[in-house]
Design a protein around this ligand. Structure first.
Ligand code: GLP
Length: 240
């Protein structure tokens, strides 16, 4: 695992952008695995600025997002569908039919199987990941099998608490379930780029990098991947 420790979040976002830009400029048909959460926001802002200033094109890029909440209307302000369009896709020249996000409504089992089928036609050039404070990747909570494919999960209480900040202003509860790419799905990516910021990620970053490879910490599986870049700020790296 290549580890880059930065002074702060801005530097983290710049370094992550350099990795992403290299992928999209070396192949105009690049396939990107994308993530939500606060951690990638700076990277996405850099991708948008670069697209505007340097005309880096995403027209032929294909994307697959990691996960989606179950039970929210697609256009609800807190779906990952809305998050991705608001924070990235609406400001790029990406072709909407090339954008893939798991569906959190309808027949979930069949949606998950369809998502895997769609992904089978591609290989991700890079999978971007944040990390949950309990070591989750995507919404693969501790205890998830390393052999898992896209599936429905029940969210841990700690994850729902971590994400409550987004739902509190709406007077709504965090959904109890989500659809997520599985750990095996994530591990199929050619490259994995992990971004982690802040002291509340320090334990999870330590367990990912130096802990035992165990389903108790889903991110620890990345020790078994041959091309992982972890970019974290000093606070997130403080226990390494
Ligand atoms: C969320 C998402 C993950 C994300 C993680 C960390 O629950 N499902 O994909 O990486 O939690 O989020 P944040 O970056 O906001 O800390």
């Amino acid at each position: 695992m290549k580890i880059i420790i930065t002074e702060n979040y801005d530097e983290l976002s710049q370094k992550a952008f350099e990795v992403m830009k290299d992928v999209v400029t070396s192949n105009e048909n690049a396939v990107l695995g994308l993530a939500t959460g606060s951690s990638p926001l700076g990277l996405y802002a850099n991708m948008i600025s670069d697209h505007k200033e340097n005309k880096t094109s995403y027209k032929n890029v294909t994307t697959f997002n990691l996960d989606e909440y179950v039970g929210l209307d697609k256009n609800h302000s807190e779906t990952y569908y809305t998050f991705m369009h608001k924070n990235l896709f609406d400001s790029l020249d990406i072709t909407e039919s090339n954008v893939h996000i798991p569906l959190g409504n309808g027949d979930l089992e069949s949606n998950c199987a369809d998502y895997e089928k769609q992904m089978a036609d591609y290989q991700l050039d890079v999978q971007l990941l944040g990390i949950g404070s309990n070591g989750h990747i995507g919404f693969n909570e501790p205890g998830t099998s390393f052999d898992s494919l896209t599936h429905v999960v029940e969210l841990k209480e700690s994850t729902r608490l971590d994400n409550a900040r987004f739902f509190e202003p709406l007077n709504e509860q965090v959904p109890t379930h989500a659809c997520t790419m599985g750990i095996k799905t994530i591990m199929n990516s050619k490259k994995v780029l992990v971004v982690a910021s802040g002291a509340n990620k320090a334990d999870a970053v330590y367990a990912m990098v130096k802990g035992e490879v165990s389903e108790d910490c889903p991110a620890s599986v990345l020790q078994n991947h041959s091309d992982v870049i972890l970019i974290c700020d000093k606070a997130a790296a403080s226990k390494l």
